[in-house]
Design a protein around this ligand. Structure first.
Ligand code: FAD
Ligand code: SF4
Length: 515
């Protein structure tokens, strides 16, 4: 009889996984399943599917090299029944283990499946908590208890104090918690831009690319230039590259956007962090060490650590606090269908076209592109937030439910009514023009509000303020915008409302062209 059957899922690819601790290679078996259900719960980008499957296969090989028995079920295995529950049942019949060890899933959907396994399998199932995050669910609940507002900045400071990261005794390094005021520089195309490390596919990854092309020919994205890291070793090389080359300028150009420069000084580490190839602790500690050694300035390192120790941990806490129905929140009652150009990039709005094209090619866009271009447009145009959520869940290599849902529903679409964000991330063309060079090649004019070539972000922005004025009255962070709108000439208001109406009517009438 086999000892323990130990399940490793596609976003749990770490040797330190709790369900792999105490592994006894002489008796235990590791089960890994390429599940058809998992490749189909969203219309995943081809690169996202390939990245996860190739990383799973590489991880299984690493375990085998250690002498571990791995029962690896490939997607195209004729016996593969397609789901975790049915595959674990099949493996139990095959191996007849004494028990099963699993690490709690990072999504409500898979967790619900896991909770039924002990009864379904009729043998002990030990579910262990994932311990990779700095903040456990229980610790987040303690922090949230009794607070009216769950603000990221308060959470982040508490995490800095708790971990000691970038602290000098009880004081934050440099005397300030946040250096964002230094981090809003506009990038110039002639700056030196480091490229994230690229990893040409080995034989096994090439086989995965063929499989994905065959099985998912209609999915969004392309595979010909696939270059993601798929092993821990490669992910560590990607981290080294970021710390040495991009981190020093991460802060300065964190909010900038440039045509043809998808990465700027961003880390491009989220896919690796999210599936277990890198750990948040080692990434933050490397960044802090670069600051202490004088290799990167404080504004860059603080900004970067805030993304991981602050935002990443915070959105995970929000995901588990808000509950399984959070993705259906719709506080602004937005009902419009997601326009087809989110898949085709066929739009005259140069900024939206550039971000969708980049997303299609790379399965990557940096935070400001996601938040202030595609997210901002959807918010202003009143797109159904659930449709927006389904799009974000599909198109990025790093898109997992726990991190994507709060970012989309809460931060980007304000659909939770302000649980996460104190005000909507809504902006007119002035912001996009200031932070990017997209407008240079656009048929619309970022300074025009009602003329024939007026930028849609302008009239949609003011129309958004008009539509939701009542809701936002009393929100101190919206007061300036509401006051500015109230003081506007009535003729201008009328013309902008008509322009928005016309634009949205055309959007609704456009034939839906997907993928
Ligand atoms: P960098 O800008 O270099 O930041 C460093 C790291 O900080 C990232 O690798 C990431 O792990 C973390 N981070 C930064 N911002 C956030 C954030 N808001 N939430 C969580 N972690 C953060 N991130 C995902 O990992 N998966 C998603 O599915 C996802 N969906 C998003 C959807 C929307 C609408 C928005 C606005 C943001 C989303 N983000 C998501 C957050 C963020 O955009 C990405 O983490 C980031 O762009 C990844 O690129 P990077 O590694 O170059 O990040
Ligand atoms: Fe985008 Fe408007 Fe600028 Fe065109 S003018 S790139 S639509 S912000």
């Amino acid at each position: 009889m086999t000892g323990v059957l130990r399940l490793v899922m596609g976003d749990q690819l770490s040797r330190d996984l709790p369900s792999l601790c105490n592994l006894n290679p002489a008796r235990d078996v590791v089960l890994m399943v390429e599940s058809a259900e998992e490749t189909a719960y969203a219309e995943h980008h081809k690169k996202k599917i390939a990245f996860i499957l190739a990383s799973m296969r590489a991880f299984a090989d690493e375990l085998r090299r250690e002498g571990v028995e791995v029962d690896y079920v490939r997607l195209d295995d004729p016996d593969n029944t397609g789901g975790f529950s049915s595959e674990i049942a099949r493996a139990v019949r095959k191996w007849r283990p004494e028990g099963v060890a699993i690490t709690a899933a990072n999504s409500w959907r898979v967790l619900a499946m896991q909770q039924g396994w002990e009864a379904e399998l009729g043998l002990p199932v030990t579910m262990l908590d994932d311990d990779w995050f700095y903040c456990s669910n229980a610790e987040f609940s303690d922090w949230a208890k009794g607070r009216k507002l769950l603000r990221m900045e308060d959470f982040y400071r508490s995490m800095r104090r708790r971990t000691g990261l970038l602290m000098n005794g009880r004081e934050p390094a440099g005397g300030r918690w946040n250096f964002d005021a230094d981090n809003r520089k506009r990038a110039k195309p002639d700056l030196f831009m480091p490229r994230p490390r690229a990893f040409p596919p080995d034989e096994e990854t090439a086989a995965v690319l063929d499989l994905v092309e065959q099985r998912f020919p209609r999915n969004f994205g392309r595979l010909d230039d696939f270059a993601f890291a798929v092993t821990r070793q490669q992910a560590l090389e990607a981290l080294d590259g970021f710390i040495a080359e991009a981190l020093p300028k991460f802060g300065d150009f964190q909010d900038a956007m440039l045509v043809g420069e998808p990465w700027l000084y961003h880390a491009v580490l989220s896919p690796y962090l999210n599936i277990g190839l890198l750990k948040p602790r080692e990434v933050c500690e490397r960044a802090e060490a670069a600051y202490r050694a004088g290799a990167a300035p404080l504004n860059a390192v603080e900004g970067f650590i805030r993304q991981i120790l602050g935002w990443r941990e915070y959105v995970r806490g929000i995901y588990w606090t808000a509950g399984p129905d959070y993705a259906h929140s719709n506080a602004l009652a937005a009902t419009r269908r997601l326009p087809g150009f989110y898949w085709t990039a066929k739009t005259d709005m140069a900024c939206v076209a550039a971000v969708v094209e980049q997303t299609r090619d790379q399965a990557y866009a940096h935070h400001i592109q996601r938040l202030m271009i595609t997210g901002n447009f959807a918010l202003l145009a009143g797109i159904d937030p659930y449709e927006v959520h389904r799009w974000y869940l599909a198109v990025y290599a790093d898109a997992l439910d726990w991190v994507e849902t709060p970012n989309t529903i809460g931060m980007s679409q304000f659909a939770d009514g302000g649980l996460m964000a104190s005000k909507p991330y809504a902006a007119s063309a002035a912001y996009i023009h200031r932070m990017s060079n997209y407008c240079d090649g656009c048929r619309f004019h970022p300074g025009h509000r009602t003329e024939a070539d007026a930028c849609p972000f302008n009239y949609l922005y003011w129309d958004f303020i008009r539509r939701h004025a009542e809701r936002f009255t009393g929100n101190p962070r919206m007061a300036i915008m509401l006051k500015a709108y109230a003081a506007m000439d009535e003729g201008l208001k009328h013309d902008m409302a008509r322009a928005a109406e016309r634009f949205l009517a055309e959007l609704d009438a456009a034939p839906y062209e997907a993928g």
